[in-house]
Design a protein around this ligand. Structure first.
Ligand SMILES: [Mg+2]
Length: 268
């Protein structure tokens, strides 16, 4: 994994950026800061303005774990593609399985809420039913590590068929054999007929995209991580603004050296 601000990282950008580039972004921790209360996550004015500019130049997609209902008002602009629930909601051409997922998630939600109560879990563990997937949050519990282990055991008892993904103080429970961010991105590539794609994400479910290793994909992780399959990283989420502005410059044939200049300023 190399820094996008390194000479090699910039060379990768030079190779991938061309007219029609599909620009795909995760939301939390990528376009917005991770906040203690997920409900307060939002775009800063700078990120918002750059996204609006970029989407006037090339197709932009948002691929998030949030439901579409939740993400829409946070964006305040209409991207070319909006995919929610880690790839389960909003992918054109993949609507069939939805009813099944809704039923399954309602069943899991009921079983988990009951078990949390019966097993005396801390009330700060809370369940969010996103319709097509379930999130179980435990950020504010006094002993997150112990809670994590207890929750994993609980899931294996009451939702054994779920695909459980551990995120940042949150577990995502996804229907088995269902779409993920990787398959969603592949479908977006098919329907958009984009020549190449950039994907930026920060968390475990983004690895489904990072692992694709397509030659027409440049995958970028927020913050370096040894376990990640992403090709490049940005040192911190705020650097996404540098990337957005660099893409705008390149795609509008303005100064192509903006990232290079910024990189030397931040000592990248
Ligand atoms: Mg994220």
């Amino acid at each position: 994994m190399i820094s996008l601000f390194s000479p090699e990282g910039i060379r990768r950008l030079d190779q991938i950026v061309q007219p029609g580039l599909l620009c795909v972004f995760d939301f939390d921790g990528t376009l917005s800061a991770i906040v203690p209360e997920p409900d307060r996550a939002h775009l800063t004015p700078e990120v918002y303005e750059s996204l609006v500019k970029l989407s006037a130049l090339t197709p932009v997609a948002i691929l998030t774990g949030r439901s579409l209902e939740d993400i829409r008002p946070r964006l305040r602009f209409e991207p070319a593609y909006l995919v929610g629930n880690h790839g389960l909601e909003g992918v054109p051409g993949c609507e069939e399985s939805s009813a099944q997922y809704l039923t399954l998630c309602r069943r899991w939600e009921h079983a988990i809420r009951t078990a949390l109560h019966d097993d005396g879990f801390d009330p700060r563990v809370w369940v969010e039913n996103k319709g097509y997937s379930l999130s179980v949050h435990y950020r504010d519990t006094p002993d997150p590590h112990q809670t994590e282990g207890r929750l994993e055991h609980l899931f294996s008892q009451v939702a054994p068929e779920a695909r459980v993904i551990a995120g940042k103080s949150v577990f995502s429970l996804l229907p088995p054999n269902a779409a993920d961010k990787g398959s969603a991105l592949q479908q977006l590539m098919r329907i958009s007929a984009a020549p190449c794609v950039i994907y930026v994400g920060d968390d475990v479910t983004d690895e489904d995209v990072f692992r694709l290793q397509r030659p027409d994909l440049l995958s970028i992780r927020i913050e370096p991580a040894t376990h990640s399959a992403a090709a490049c990283y940005l040192p911190q989420w705020q650097d996404v603004i540098v990337l957005l502005d660099d893409l705008i410059s390149r795609l509008s044939n303005a100064d192509p050296h903006q990232l290079r200049n910024t990189a030397s300023n931040v000592g990248g």
